[in-house]
Ligand binder design. Structure first.
Ligand SMILES: [Zn+2]
Length: 379
């Protein structure tokens, strides 16, 4: 009897002790491990602005050649985060610029030639449209025509990339704050209808000018108004034939968009002709376009560093030319070769800087760039 009483007492004591212990640490309190984890994890700030830099056809060969041709140093080396994307299209391993840009713009794999539409030709919402919807200022800058595949995929919805006049008309459906590129004739001398979109932009309140009227530096933007400038009638020249507007256009875009009312801005800048150098299998064409694009990357990073809350993402839609550096190349005297005059399926580097940049490390599909930007911006 005495023994069983002692046993009972011990059990009661044990239960009491256990209960007390449980009371001291209710289940909804974090464990000390969680607390420590939470404390050391850096808080990811939401960026105010996002700038997407696309070097069309800019694979590692193009970047490397540009780097060695520039004394083994490029601005692109300032990006702290590097990842790789898989560029393939919906039904083709080798993408074109339209499907490639639509993947970034909409987060959808689509067919080659598709401009902001899914494989069943339905319009998909683009980053630029999301930005507008959420109250951000928006801009596009390109060294091709502004209706060319890459810029077009962010603002237009057309079944085929060659529908330049229809793409131009889609600009009027948006309230894009700023754009600079070639292709004036698709706006003011149209074959498919009698519309003059140059005048329609002015009637909508845009400050519009062009290469024929005045140089870009003579046509400053007014922060009170939307802005459009056409750098050529059709395709702009290569940089080694005198084109020089990309640095100024990009600086103007950042300055203008920063002053526009809104929560921040979305800007896409395309170095369009790195790709054209690849199609032409022309080493000096590639290198000169790469060097100009890299100079602009330096300006964009300077802006982002100063502004302090801008996410910058730099990538390409695909590589062009199967461009490589081959023996007997030396750093000061490159020898290069091409495996094709079209695009290749090699994985493409992605560089990121600013709040949210960490999400761009790793290997992922090209469509993930849309989702990563969306997540960073809380769109
Ligand atoms: Zn391309």
């Amino acid at each position: 009897m005495k023994q069983s009483l002692l046993l009972l007492f011990s059990i009661v004591l044990l239960v009491f002790a256990c209960t007390r212990k449980i009371q001291q640490q209710p289940e909804d309190q974090p464990t000390s491990y969680d607390t420590v984890t939470t404390r050391i994890e850096p808080e990811v700030r939401k960026p105010r602005n996002v700038i997407l830099m696309i070097g069309d056809g800019m694979g590692l060969g193009q970047i490397t050649a540009g780097m060695y041709a520039s004394g083994n140093k490029l601005q692109i080396e300032r990006f702290p985060i590097v990842g790789l994307h898989k560029s393939h299209a919906f039904d083709q391993l080798i993408t074109d610029s339209a499907a490639g840009a639509t993947a970034f713009a909409c987060g959808k794999k689509t067919y080659n030639g598709a401009i902001g539409v899914t494989p069943d030709t339905l319009a998909c919402t683009t980053l630029l449209e999301l930005a507008e919807e959420k109250g951000y200022a928006t801009g596009l800058v390109a060294t091709s025509t502004i209706v060319h595949a890459t810029p077009a995929s962010f603002i237009a919805h057309q079944k085929q990339r060659k529908m330049y006049e229809a793409i131009a008309a889609d600009f009027l459906r948006t309230d894009i704050d700023f754009f600079i590129g070639g292709g004036k004739k698709y706006f003011d001398r149209r074959e498919s209808d009698d519309r003059n979109l140059y005048l329609e932009l002015q009637q909508k309140g845009y400050l519009v000018s062009d290469y024929f009227r005045q140089e870009l530096y003579e046509a400053p933007a007014d922060p009170q108004r939307n802005y459009a400038y056409f750098t050529s009638d059709a395709d702009p020249l290569p940089v080694n034939q005198g084109r020089d507007y990309l640095p100024l256009a990009t600086q103007m875009a950042m300055d203008h968009l920063e002053e526009r009312p809104g929560k921040g801005f979305f800007l896409m800048v395309e170095g369009s002709q790195i790709d054209w150098g690849g199609h032409a299998n022309n080493e000096s064409y590639i290198i000169s376009e790469m060097q100009e694009f890299d100079r602009v990357l330096g300006m964009v990073l300077d802006f982002a560093e100063k502004e302090g809350n801008t996410l910058v993402v730099t990538t390409a839609d695909h590589e062009t030319g199967g461009f490589s550096i081959v023996p007997p190349a030396r750093m000061d005297s490159l020898a290069t070769a091409f495996t094709t005059d079209y695009h290749t399926a090699t994985m493409i580097p992605v560089f990121a800087y600013g709040p949210g940049a960490e999400a761009f490390s790793g290997i992922y599909e090209n469509t993930a760039i849309f989702y990563k930007i969306r997540a960073a911006m809380h769109w």
